[in-house]
Design a protein around this ligand. Structure first.
Ligand code: PHE
Length: 330
């Protein structure tokens, strides 16, 4: 009998233990065989044999149960260890990050104007009525305010609808001459294929002595800039209206998709509108108390540039964080 205690103790797996269980407790096992011997034993011995065997049976059962729990626990531990993932290991599939196409396009725009000696200025996204509208020749109830559907807070505060207030702030705090661009996020109540409530602009402003700044200067730099951004495109200026510039123009480039032949993107016109610009209205200079100066200003939407450069159809896809779209810009 005693050898079985040893065997149970030494069993290395649940399977081996199961074999031992059958050899000890099974119908043809050692215990059954020992009990069978009782039949031939004398009556006096029977009681003693039964007592001894039952003692063994109980003791072996205890050994067996304890060993089984120990083995199962160990096997579970081993299995978990084998399947464990070391999250601190470096992945072999890691990929380098990349700039978002909007930021990359913004950087390129900034790169151009920096090379032309324009300083980069930033302001605040929460603005007041004076900087965003009033000083830009957009008095209260002026119908042109409708051109830019605005998010308002209480107390005359609002989310800036363009980065023009940065130019007002710059003029209020520095003397001319000024040569600056204002890149940044702006906000309008708009949402469709080509509009999102938040988008990015780069606006530019150049101010110098009266008579020194002409529309020809503006035309030259914008043409040069658009060729830098889009390559060999044609550029045209169309008369337009902005409250803060007079005269004003909208600037088109020949369609980058059809090269000017006419397609769905350019509505068969062969042209794509990309910029607003003009000669700064004297009312703006009056608001910031600049005297005897002249200047030009321009503004553009960075997302529109990014969409045209990368041929992205839906503006909203730029803000969905879809990794499949972003991966293409690595
Ligand atoms: N501020 C104008 C806008 O957001 C853009 C612009 C700037 C137009 C300067 C002309 C001159 O629409």
């Amino acid at each position: 009998m005693n050898e079985w205690y040893e065997k149970i103790k030494e069993a290395q797996s649940v399977e081996v233990l199961e074999e031992i269980r059958i050899s000890v407790f099974g119908k043809k096992g050692v215990l059954a065989a020992e009990f069978a011997k009782m039949k031939t034993a004398s009556n006096e011995d029977k009681a003693q044999i039964a007592k001894d065997l039952n003692k063994h049976k109980q003791a072996l059962t205890n050994e067996f149960t304890a060993k089984k729990i120990a083995l199962q626990t160990q096997e579970l531990k081993d299995a978990m260890l084998a399947e464990a993932i070391d999250v601190s290991l470096f992945s072999t599939e890691s990929q380098a990050g990349a700039l978002h196409p909007v930021m990359e396009t913004m950087d390129r725009i900034v790169e151009y104007f920096s090379s032309m000696n324009f300083a980069v200025k930033t302001g605040t996204m929460v603005e007041d009525d004076f900087n965003n509208f009033e000083a830009l020749n957009l008095p209260k109830y002026h119908p042109a305010r409708d051109m830019q559907d605005t998010f308002y807070f209480k107390d005359e505060l609002l989310l800036r609808t363009h980065t023009s207030p940065v130019q007002i702030r710059t003029m209020m705090s520095t003397k001319p001459p000024i040569r600056m661009i204002a890149p940044g996020a702006v906000f309008r109540r708009d949402y469709d294929l080509t509009h999102t409530p938040m988008f990015h602009q780069v606006e530019g402003l150049l101010v110098d002595e009266e008579g020194k700044v002409s529309f020809a200067n503006l035309k030259y730099i914008l043409e040069d800039f658009l060729k830098f951004m889009f390559g060999d495109v044609n550029v045209r200026f169309r008369p337009s209206f902005f409250p803060f510039t007079e005269p004003s123009a909208e600037v088109d480039i020949s369609c980058v998709f059809c090269k000017g032949d006419g397609c769905r993107v350019c509505s068969q016109t062969g042209w794509l509108e990309v910029l607003g610009c003009g000669i700064v209205d004297q009312n703006v200079f009056e608001a910031v108390e600049y005297k005897n100066v002249s200047g030009y200003a321009f503004g553009l939407g960075v997302e529109r540039f990014a969409m045209l450069i990368h041929q992205i159809g839906d503006l909203r896809s730029l803000f969905e964080g879809d990794i499949k779209l972003l991966e293409q810009f690595q």
